[in-house]
Design a protein. Sequence first.
Length: 686
Amino acid sequence: MTRKPLADGLFHSASHCGSSKGQDGAGQAVAASGTVETAGTIALVGSPNAGKTSVFNALTGLSAKTGNYPGVTVGRRTGEAALSNGTTVHLEDLPGTYSLDPISPDEKVVSDVLGGRLDGVRAPRALLVVVDVTTLARSLSVVAQALALQLPAAVVLTMGDELAARGGHVDPDALQRALGVPVRAVVGTRKSTVTPLLDLLADVDSWPMPVIAPPVEDPRERRAWADSILASCAYRAPTAHGLTRAVDRVLLHPLWGSLVFFGVMFLFFQTIFTVAAPLQGAIETFFGWLGGLASEHIGIPVIADFISTAVIGGVGSVLVFLPQILLLFLLISLLESAGYMSRAAFLMDRVMGAAGLEGRAFVAMLSSFACAVPGIMATRTIPSARDRIATILAAPLMTCSARLPVFVLLVGLLVPEEAHFGPFGARGAAMFGLYVLGGVSSMLAALAFKRSILRSDELPFFMEMPPYRVPTANAVLSQMWQSASMFLRKVGRIILVVSVALWVLLALPAHSEEASAAGETAVSAAQAQGVAEEELDAIGESAEKSYVMEHSAAGWIGHAMEPVFAPQGFDWRVDIGVLASLGAREVFVATMGQIAAAEDPEDPGAALSQMTYTSGEHEGGQVFTPATTAALLVFFVYALQCMSTVAAMRRETNSWKWPAVAWTYMFVLAWVSSFVVHQVVAAVGS
């Protein structure tokens, strides 16, 4: 694999990536699904990181809507811009593209939309070509292709303040005369620069067009045309900051850059554990108080148990981990906004190349830290269909935010709070190790697929290196909230529904007489041991609930699953949690919370740590031994327990074949790995 820096912060890498033509896999299912009325639409076109979406947001405010193009999975973003004359104009933010000669699914959709070739979508009325003025020399290629479409067009210059700060120069009026189309300079955060653009949109029909269309067929002629445009507008390219050069010499260095990357990631997870712990304790206390309040004041026992256990206990046991989730998204947003993530992608391109992939795959992998669904959707920028599928199959192994509540719960059971790894907390170090394990496993899985059923050839890879910027609070908080709200919606839908269903399965059939007898037996045994009188009612109630749970429909399912996971040390209650987690991983936490609350309503956390086997050869022994807890952690590293991810795979590959392959290989990998870990840890512990 070769790599070299190109002009204006663009980096090139030739990785193992093949053409998508004639290859099996992630083809676009382009079929009419009803005409989408886009007559009068003005489309925003531009390269990635050009500020196109910022311009779109500035023009539309809060009126933006998201969806998919008819028949394809590529997303579309539309909105209305209110003009000064009282009318509105319909805008569409097209996916970023470096060229209108498509090599990836995203770029093909852009080309088809502009050419009116996408079923159900009419060609736009006019174009706003958004250009990062700091990279004007390179961006003129897309400008030429857009102007050659013979649609009314205007050029929007962004990053003008950055151009001036870095010693560059451009004359917008001269550029307008040279191109023959309107040119406006916009800084998305300054309303005064957006107003002239809104005024321009009010009269699209009067926009001038070039007398002669720019040359687009011959690269030499296009380059000569671009040079003449640059000369006409007195363009002077910006210089890189000395600090930027110095920092990049470290961050992009094969050795030092890698050490910095792993150091940043290590501190990343230390922060998640240490900062979020007090907040997590406060939320846990609140939901415990709320559940107790419901039990105390709701007169009907069944309804009281349903509210306190299924609703408050099930959902609350997951919301306890919201501080960690918010911190995860906050730190990712800060690193991305500061410009570090692009450097990490360039650095990890070496790793991607070793796995047979390219740097764009790292973007998908990185997105999967938040959720595998947007990670899988991010593969649309990968030109090779086979590389797309390999990345899609490997991305779910990256440790997503859904695993975080499970990991925090199990690491808390496995690693004592006072344990340390050098000067750092051992729990944060363990969490970092789990994330590294997921990342390394993802690369190995991609390599295995690329060396076997998904071989492909090389294609060039280009990546933008944005300048370092101080993240703005609005952008960071907005991005963090968008990601966190997705987690909260999942809690409100999937986890609540599963928690309610699980409560029903754990409570029925009731076995009232048998349960009462079990409670009386437990009370008698406690009295014989000299337990205080005021504790006897709680002991009897807990024994009754435990009996009902073990002999319930869920208990029957858990016992039926025991032979499958007995080698890993899972008992029937853990099996119920694993089964419930197939809908969403976080449900495991809600499930174990309900089970623990049934055994000890006063202290579910203690009940979980002290849970013992109720039958079999290990009866009376502790369930969450180090060997079993470690095996469960490894199982959750590898197993594909997310139906949303499976559905995203189905949409992106247009086939059930690849989701079936992913679920099967990940389950086998999870079972075998957890079995091996259980045996090794048990042997070491003995």
